[in-house]
Design a binder for this molecule. Structure first.
Ligand SMILES: [Zn+2]
Length: 561
């Protein structure tokens, strides 16, 4: 009975606590393509904590074993004469306590996320910087980062000044010098939004070379404690963003009109190739015995670095230079898919029919596969896609496309429908989502490439037969019976129903709308209007109603009969 309770605690009261969950450890997913060092370390820490805690408890139980018919206390006194038992239980209990309280994985950011308070401080108007250079020395086997950052500072006050940096809460400053002289610094340990502040006092010199030695084990933001492992430093993968890579100037700005250069040096084993998120460039400097020294050329106060066994494809499409980075593990599949042609076709079709992506850079765009699942993010000149978009199972999904290359096209089309143009987040039961528009767009692209018969056979016919089955489905016609089923069956049925509705019913409705508005060209105009139109910043989503309004149709008009 106590063990059942203990089991249930893990699933209920402790379910939000990654260290206490022992039956169902907080391992959100395991990466197939990149690294898992950090996830496994965090899992190991959870196991270590329980081993120590239960070991201590066990010693305590041994201490309380009944002796010579004495009571619990008497037995305890008697057993305690075996010197090692009390010592061991105290040592284990202390160690488990320290393992719990001093865990190195998660920071102590304020639970209440308050961006206003975080950015509410005065800038030092006397101090500016004009360049940052970083010498990065990660320890890939231990997941540790170590670096030396050099800031070119200007102090126009003729007085000593106090300035501050933001850094990852898991890091410390080891030493700071200004023009060769040691500078006092204070770690405020004020974790907030996965950053902490370090203040330092710089001398009155007008031009200062400030050298900061820093490093540690990068902590992740505590709101993500159940999804640990995105930040990674390992032989297979690196993901270090902003304050995880180098100290960020907090209360002083760049003195240059353009963004100040941020240049970094990093030596990586040959299996790891760095990619910068954004427009920064990487350059291989010199290669020796299995490793390469890279120079990263970026700008601004921080950078976002990925490194993996990347290979890249570069194409010219829609007047842009599109560079696609993906794991070498997909090389065979990508070649089979003829990923180059597919990228070009998707970028040209979507840019032409819907509009350019808002995150295109001036000259091009970088698309990066990363070690994460679900969604992605994009900003000036770059966009990332979770590795689940490239899974072998996904590439065989007939609802996304006929064959790997067409599924890949579907996943890239999500850059337009789903990422750039956020579609209203809805419940699983509601078919309106980015999938309908993405599937419809994939169909239109394939129709253009392979003709109407092909698109009819591999897209429209597939949707129609699935939807016909769906309408025939006993539980769809008799939903009252569904509620009588055990929960697991109900969830499975609901899941498969929502898949059909999002991937098949919705594109059929869009196809019906296309006919009602007067054909493909008219629909293209409507979609491009929706894609490029202004969205309400407080609710930046495209809704089903927006779509219906743009088509001048009602929901009933699109019923499939
Ligand atoms: Zn999709």
């Amino acid at each position: 009975m106590p063990s059942t309770g203990f089991f249930l605690l893990s699933l209920t009261a402790w379910s939000e606590n990654w260290l206490l969950r022992w039956v169902n450890p907080a391992l959100a997913y395991l990466s197939d393509d990149f690294g898992n060092l950090r996830r496994l370390m965090s899992l190991g820490w959870n196991r270590l904590f329980w081993l120590l805690a239960l070991g201590g408890l066990w010693c305590l139980c041994l201490l309380c074993t009944r002796r010579y018919g004495k009571g619990a206390f008497g037995s305890l006194v008697r057993n305690a004469r075996k010197f090692y038992l009390p010592v061991l239980s105290v040592v284990l209990a202390t160690a488990s306590f320290l393992t719990y309280t001093k865990q190195p994985f998660i920071d102590h950011s304020e639970k209440e996320i308050d961006y206003d308070a975080h950015y509410d401080f005065d800038y030092n108007e006397h101090v500016t910087y004009s360049a940052i250079t970083v010498d990065a020395q990660p320890s890939l086997s231990r997941g540790l980062f170590r670096g030396t950052a050099n800031f070119t500072l200007h102090n126009d006050s003729g007085q000593p000044q106090t300035i501050s940096f933001w850094i990852n809460p898991g890091y410390t400053f080891r030493s700071v010098t200004a023009n060769g002289r040691a500078v006092p610094f204070r770690d405020l340990n004020d974790d907030s939004i996965n950053q902490k502040t370090i203040e330092l006092d710089i001398p009155a010199d007008e031009n200062i070379e400030l050298i900061v030695e820093y490093g540690g084990f990068p902590k992740e933001w505590n709101i993500m404690s159940l999804y640990q492992g995105e930040t990674e430093i390992s032989d297979d993968y690196i993901y270090l963003a902003h304050q995880d890579f180098s100290p960020m100037p907090r209360d002083f700005a760049e003195g240059t009109r353009e963004q100040a250069p941020l240049t970094a040096r990093i030596t990586l084993p040959d299996g790891l190739r760095p990619v910068l998120f954004g427009t920064g460039e990487v350059e291989a400097k010199k290669t020796e015995n299995g490793s390469t020294q890279w120079v990263l050329h970026d700008a601004g106060w921080s950078l976002i670095l990925y490194a993996g066994d990347y290979i890249s494809e570069q194409i010219d499409a829609a007047g842009l230079n599109v560079e696609f980075f993906y794991s070498a593990r997909h090389q065979r599949v990508m070649e089979e898919c003829r990923v180059n042609d597919m990228l070009k076709q998707v970028f040209e079709y979507c840019t032409d029919h819907h509009g350019p992506l808002s995150f295109y850079g001036d000259e091009g765009m970088r698309l990066i596969e990363i070690g994460a699942v679900g969604g992605g993010y994009a900003a000036g000149g770059a966009s990332v896609m979770g590795e689940d978009s490239f899974s072998e199972a996904g590439l065989k999904d007939p609802l996304k496309g006929a064959g790997g290359s067409e599924v890949m096209a579907h996943e890239i089309i999500h850059q337009w429908w789903g990422l750039d143009n956020m579609v209203e987040p809805v419940s699983e039961a509601d078919p309106w989502s980015a999938e309908g528009l993405t599937v419809y767009t994939t169909y239109r692209l394939m129709k253009e490439l392979h003709g109407a018969d092909y698109a009819q056979k591999y897209y429209v016919d597939v949707w129609q037969s699935r939807v016909a089955d769906y309408y025939q489905d006993f539980y769809v016609r008799n939903p009252e019976f569904l509620s009588a089923l055990p929960e697991q069956y109900r969830a499975d049925i609901a899941n498969s129903q929502s898949t059909v509705r999002r991937y098949c019913e919705m594109p059929l409705k869009i196809l019906k709308a296309e006919k009602l508005v007067g054909g493909e060209e008219a629909m293209d105009q409507i979609l491009s209007g929706l894609f490029t139109g202004e969205t309400n910043p407080s609710y930046p989503y495209l809704t089903w109603q927006d779509f219906l309004d743009a088509c001048n149709l009602s929901e009933e008009d699109l019923n499939l009969g």
